[in-house]
Design a protein around this ligand. Structure first.
Ligand SMILES: NC(=O)c1ccc[n+]([C@@H]2O[C@H](COP(=O)([O-])OP(=O)(O)OC[C@H]3O[C@@H](n4cnc5c(N)ncnc54)[C@H](O)[C@@H]3O)[C@@H](O)[C@H]2O)c1
Length: 256
């Protein structure tokens, strides 16, 4: 299997896309580290993986807190002594315009979505250098296209694309690849939160599907399969990329 003898850390793996990534990596032979601020949900992911005979360990982590991220690094290295793949997936979405976003909300979203990528990458990079490992971070099609009522979120996702390119340039010569993924709408709690913030949530959910060429929103496992591809040796010449997994977002006009 592709990830036999590999240790993979996935942040925000207690639900949604992160959980699907963890299941996919474990299915492909990886030892997975399930890092989430919600320890109970991280443990649920672990038990799902163990039921399928995979290997997983849960650890409570707040990606916006340097001490917590250092704890994640120590926890990971105690398992097999090394790390091969870091998936920076944890994220939140505050569904507000700039005018309505509070200063604390702005800082919180920035420090989880962008600060989390910075801190986890910073503290795992010395160890990724030893294995010539790689990083995959979760951006969004909102890194390219803005949508109403989530201004700060769009800013964080564009920042992840910039950070990905910069880290790829700084660390490519050390054999480290750094990529990010830009999903369209994916059926998770985070997307549901956005629908619920709109005046007619049911209609908003329905309309969201039609924003995509495929006329539907995506499933977490459809993103996870691309994450494992990017993290694998099959993508050995892919770095600095913002890999689009969006079902053709923005081209979903009704057929003539
Ligand atoms: N669902 C979508 O439509 C969509 C589209 C594009 C990008 N994304 C991105 O995918 C990623 C995963 O989102 P999702 O849709 O699976 O949402 P989700 O809410 O299901 O999962 C997010 C996970 O992150 C965890 N988390 C939140 N704050 C954390 C922190 N400080 N430290 C550690 N863990 C924390 C949560 O507990 C949760 O388990 C996010 O970065 C999101 O921005 C989602």
């Amino acid at each position: 299997m592709k990830f036999d003898k590999k240790t993979v850390v996935i942040t925000g793996a207690g639900s949604g896309i992160g959980r699907a990534c963890a299941l996919e990596f474990a299915q492909q032979g990886a030892t997975t580290v399930i890092a989430d601020i919600n320890f109970e949900s991280a443990e649920e992911t672990v038990s799902m993986i163990k039921k399928r005979s995979g290997v997983a360990h849960a650890v409570k982590t707040d990606v916006s807190d340097p001490e917590s991220v250092k704890g994640l690094v120590d926890f990971t290295l105690k398992i097999n002594g090394e790390i091969h793949v870091l998936v920076n997936n944890a994220g939140i979405q505050i569904n507000k315009t700039v005018e309505l976003t509070g200063f604390e909300e702005w800082n919180k979203q920035m420090s989880i979505n962008v600060g989390g990528v910075f801190l986890c990458s910073k503290f795992f990079l010395p160890h990724l250098k030893k294995t010539k490992g790689n990083i995959v971070s979760m951006s969004s099609m909102n890194g390219f296209f803005a949508e109403p009522d989530c201004a700060g979120y769009c800013a964080t996702k564009a920042a992840i694309i910039g950070l990905t390119r910069a880290m790829a340039i700084d660390h490519g010569h050390e054999g480290i690849r750094v990529n990010c993924i830009c999903p369209g709408y994916i059926d998770t709690g985070l997307a549901e939160g956005y629908f619920q913030s709109q005046p007619d949530p049911a209609q908003s959910r329905k309309d969201a599907g039609k924003l995509h060429a495929l006329w539907r929103i995506g499933k977490p496992e459809e993103v996870a399969r691309v994450v494992t591809f990017l993290a694998s040796d099959h993508a050995s010449f892919v770095t600095g990329s913002a890999y689009i997994v969006d079902g053709g977002f923005g081209s979903g006009l009704p057929p003539k």
